[in-house]
Each structure stands twice: as structure tokens, then as C-alpha cells.
Design a protein around this ligand. Structure first.
Ligand SMILES: NC(=O)c1ccc[n+]([C@@H]2O[C@H](COP(=O)([O-])OP(=O)(O)OC[C@H]3O[C@@H](n4cnc5c(N)ncnc54)[C@H](OP(=O)(O)O)[C@@H]3O)[C@@H](O)[C@H]2O)c1
Length: 163
């Protein structure tokens, strides 16, 4: 079982503000969809509420410490480790899709990172991607996208695997 992390990160590691994303980037949303479709996606309760619904054609997993939390169409776990253990037993890869708290707890266990490096810095963000020890990661793939009417900013998608 592989743990993948997928995130769109500003130059200063910002990823969110007021429980929302910091941008609208259509090409990144499409990339996210293509990468995660038919897979297991794991997210924190706050990111789930920000999205507001289960994402179609994926096994949606939400982690929360709340005991009575059960929105329709998602699997709920009371700890991130229990969620990982469940899919480890099934031999299924998982994609950790955020947010900041969940990335922080999974980056040291992840096998692959799918990062969209967004060409901007957002100083008033309130949520950040954790520091990555880049020396431990090898770049496997890279593709640049331009800003456009549908992409607020240009970005470079890079896939990294653990060395
Ligand atoms: N740029 C990107 O790629 C990207 C991707 C995803 C999200 N985001 C942004 O990130 C922000 C949300 O991130 P966030 O850090 O505030 O919240 P989050 O990580 O989405 O969710 C945090 C919540 O997850 C639950 N949780 C965390 N660790 C847990 C554990 N070990 N066991 C059980 N439950 C656990 C808790 O829920 P309870 O409080 O219910 O117990 C906690 O309050 C938003 O702005 C969102 O738009 C950005």
C-alpha cells in the first residue's frame, strides 16, 4: 500500500485561507481529478466541509475526532492511523488530499508527493503545507502550465518519490 500526498502549494507553502483554497486553477483541478479518480482519498473534516460533498467516483474518507460524525457517502475514521491501517489491510493505495493538519501528520509516511507548485506567494493565508525534506525526494515527472483566463496562476506539477 502506497501513501500518496496531493497538494497545490504556493511559493511560501500557503495552501488555504478561511477554509477555502487560495485560487481557482482549472488545469490543476483536472489534474487532481485525473490522479485521484477511482482511488481512495483521505481528508480532514475541515477540508471535507470546505468541499461540501463526496467527490464522485472515489472512495471518500474523512478523519475526525468527533464521535457522531457521519455524512452520507463518506467513510469516517476517528484517527488517521486507523484509516491508513484499514487500507493497508486491503492493500489499497491512498491519496491524502489535505488539509494542513492532515498533510503534517502524513508527510513523513508518504511514498509519493504530487505537488502543484503555484507561481505565487500568499502572505495572508492561514494554512500551510509542512516543510518537506526535499533531499529525501526524487523528482519523477514535471509539467508546467501557464496562467490563463481559467488558471488564476501558472503552476508546475511535479511528482516525487521517496529516494
Ligand atoms: N491547496 C491544497 O492543495 C489544499 C488541499 C486541501 C485543503 N486545503 C485547504 O486547507 C484548509 C483546511 O486545512 P486544515 O488544516 O484547517 O484542516 P484539515 O486538515 O482539512 O482538517 C482538520 C481536522 O481533521 C481532523 N483530524 C486531524 N487530525 C486527525 C487525527 N489524527 N485523527 C482524527 N481526526 C483528525 C480534525 O477534525 P475534528 O475537528 O472534526 O475532530 C481536525 O479539526 C482549507 O483552507 C482548505 O481549502 C488546501
Amino acid at each position: 500500500m502506497k501513501i500518496h500526498i496531493i497538494a497545490a502549494i504556493a511559493e511560501n507553502n500557503a495552501i488555504g485561507k478561511d477554509n477555502q483554497l487560495l485560487w481557482h486553477i482549472k488545469d490543476d483541478l483536472q489534474l487532481f481529478k485525473k490522479t485521484t479518480l477511482n482511488h481512495v482519498i483521505i481528508m480532514g473534516r475541515k477540508s471535507y466541509e470546505s468541499i461540501g460533498r463526496p467527490l464522485p467516483k472515489r472512495t471518500n474518507v474523512v478523519v475526525t475526532r468527533k464521535r457522531d460524525y457521519q455524512p452520507e457517502g463518506v467513510l469516517v475514521f476517528n484517527s488517521l492511523n486507523n484509516a491508513f491501517a484499514h487500507f493497508e489491510k486491503l492493500g489499497e493505495d491512498v491519496f491524502v488530499i489535505g488539509g494542513g493538519e492532515i498533510y503534517r501528520q502524513s508527510v513523513d509516511d508518504a511514498h509519493e508527493l504530487h505537488i502543484s507548485h503555484v507561481d505565487t506567494s500568499v502572505e495572508d493565508a492561514d494554512t500551510f503545507f509542512p516543510k518537506v525534506k526535499w533531499a529525501e525526494w526524487q523528482e519523477e515527472e514535471s509539467e508546467a502550465y501557464e496562467a490563463s483566463p481559467e488558471n488564476d496562476f501558472g503552476f508546475t506539477y511535479r511528482r516525487y518519490s521517496r529516494k
